[in-house]
Write a protein that binds this ligand. Structure first.
Ligand code: C2E
Ligand code: SIN
Ligand code: SIN
Ligand code: FE
Ligand code: FE
Length: 463
């Protein structure tokens, strides 16, 4: 189906959701689809967006007389947003993996000279090695800035003055610019007598250089810059010397590429982790949309949990997962029908049976997602109790993961001090009394103690 064609195509082209009372009678339906679409079914078609681009559509349908309502479309759109972000995250993840493979191959070759991924250290080592091994007075690197095709000073060793640091040579100009464009090393035994093209005259004056050589730094066909060699006495290089200069240039180019790839990789990892977090926040938001009463609950319990976890001494690395787990703690309620979740009164035995499945649903939903594995403790174990009377597994005391023990205190605190479909909010005093009373029953006594102290000291906001 082409963009613009039929229901799916028109939603795709416009980027706007569309509700159809009955697909079979919808004038937007393609003629050729009429016979395949059963009568009496309507629904909605929702665009799936990644960033600002529509990448697909999805349908929901139901038999008349039920009709999809505009507020349901809002929820569907938010799910579609999550799907779009997820697609994007997967793409980013693949790109990162590709880069990581390239990096690994390069790294092996380069390890001998660099042992580091810092560009300035690599280039400094390169210049020192060149000066020592080629038995010259100074060596420097000009790197190409692709945005203005200019070679600029980046590293140097053996210079007496600051003059070299001002080196800027346009591609194609001067000897360095020529070597870069022609992609070959150039040698000048005595610059003063025989090199009118060398346009950094002040360098000759200030540094009293005589012999000069320049080799392009090329990797996989891309010019990265040049390696320049200076000697204060005239010098005729032999074949072996020239060969070694070229080897150094190859190693230098690998080192540069390596460092630049690493910088890119760090950037993609950062982007990837932003995309992960956006996905999770999208899910958390979708969950809250379902249950107006819990609005803001997720944010509050996440903040409080992180605060406590930090006070208890969990590392920043662990906190990343604690945060994700807290945001997703009740994602399993996605598997609990509205009649139960939003019921104004007490649950029946049978309804409780379903409600108590929500940590298990969360586990089933999240465990196939590798990056969320370390975040499972809270969604899976937040209803376990210290005395072993909780669910789903009836874990006891320290069998319950630390993050889930912390979270349980915070979750109940926030639940009690908020309105729920099934009861009004409790007062702060009553809730605090309840937490204290449940110390050693529902909650880890140490954690309740810390929590109550922090609330009493005003270290954390109460309600
Ligand atoms: P929730 O509303 O987010 O509550 C989380 C936890 O806070 C509860 O886990 C419970 O430990 C504590 N809590 C909340 N409200 C009260 C309360 O009024 N009294 C006491 N003593 N503790 C409270 P729990 O009990 O495992 O419930 C899990 C979820 O099941 C609740 O999440 C809620 O979505 C649902 N639920 C629990 N009781 C009822 C109910 O009577 N009616 C309905 N419709 N849903 C309920
Ligand atoms: C349409 O997209 O135009 C009709 C719906 C379908 O065939 O799935
Ligand atoms: C249709 O059937 O034409 C669209 C809705 C669906 O896929 O069931
Ligand atoms: Fe829960
Ligand atoms: Fe909760």
């Amino acid at each position: 189906m082409l963009p613009g064609e039929g229901i799916a195509g028109s939603v795709f082209a416009s980027g706007r959701a569309y509700i159809s009372r009955e697909f079979a009678r919808d004038e937007r339906l393609r003629l050729s689809d009429r016979e395949h679409v059963p009568a009496g079914w309507g629904g909605a078609c929702i665009p799936v967006q990644a960033m600002d681009e529509v990448v697909g559509v999805f349908f929901v349908s139901c038999p008349l007389p039920r009709e999809i309502q505009p507020d349901e479309v809002k929820l569907l759109e938010s799910l579609a947003r999550v799907a779009g972000i997820t697609l994007q995250r997967m793409e980013l993840h693949e790109a990162t993996e590709r880069r990581a493979r390239q990096l690994e191959a390069l790294h092996e070759v380069d390890l001998a000279i660099s042992g580091t991924l810092k560009l300035d250290i690599i280039l400094d080592t390169l210049c020192r090695q060149a000066t020592a091994e080629l038995e010259v007075d100074a060596a420097g690197v000009l790197l190409l800035d692709p945005s203005d095709l200019t070679l600029r000073h980046t590293a140097g060793y053996g210079f007496r003055t600051q003059t070299y640091q001002r080196s800027r040579v346009r591609l194609g100009e001067g000897l360095a610019g020529l070597a870069a464009v022609e992609r070959k090393a150039l040698h000048y035994p005595d610059l003063r007598s025989a090199a009118p093209e060398f346009n950094r005259k002040e360098l000759l004056q200030d540094e009293e250089f005589s012999a000069y050589a320049v080799a392009p730094l090329i990797i996989k066909g891309n010019i990265k810059g040049v390696l320049e060699i200076f000697k204060r006495t005239p010098f005729h290089p032999n074949h072996e010397w020239r060969g070694f200069l070229e080897k150094l240039a190859v190693q230098g180019a690998i080192g540069i590429e390596n460092a630049q790839l690493f910088e890119d990789l760090q950037l993609s990892n950062l982007k990837l982790s932003l995309a992960y977090n956006a996905t999770i926040e999208g899910w958390a938001h979708a969950l809250e949309l379902r249950d107006k009463e819990t609005e803001g609950h997720t944010r509050r319990v996440t903040d409080l949990t992180l605060h406590l976890a930090r006070a208890i001494g969990m590392t920043e690395e662990m906190l990343v997962h604690v945060r994700r787990g807290a945001l997703l703690h009740d994602i399993g309620k996605m598997g609990v029908p509205d009649e139960i979740l939003l019921k104004p009164g007490k649950l029946t035995e049978e309804e409780w049976g379903i409600m108590r499945q929500h940590p298990q649903y969360a586990y089933d939903l999240l465990s196939p997602i590798a990056y969320l594995h370390p975040a499972l403790d809270i969604p899976y174990c937040h209803h376990e109790k210290w005395d072993g009377s909780g669910y789903p597994r009836g874990l006891k005391s320290e069998e319950i993961p630390l993050s889930a023990r912390i979270f349980a205190v915070v979750d109940v605190w926030d639940a009690l001090t908020s309105d729920r479909p099934y009861r009004k909010a409790w007062s702060k005093e009553k809730a605090l009394e309840y937490l204290q009373e449940q110390s050693g029953k529902h909650f880890d006594p140490k954690i309740v103690g810390l929590f109550l102290n922090m609330i009493n000291e005003g270290t954390i906001g109460a309600g």
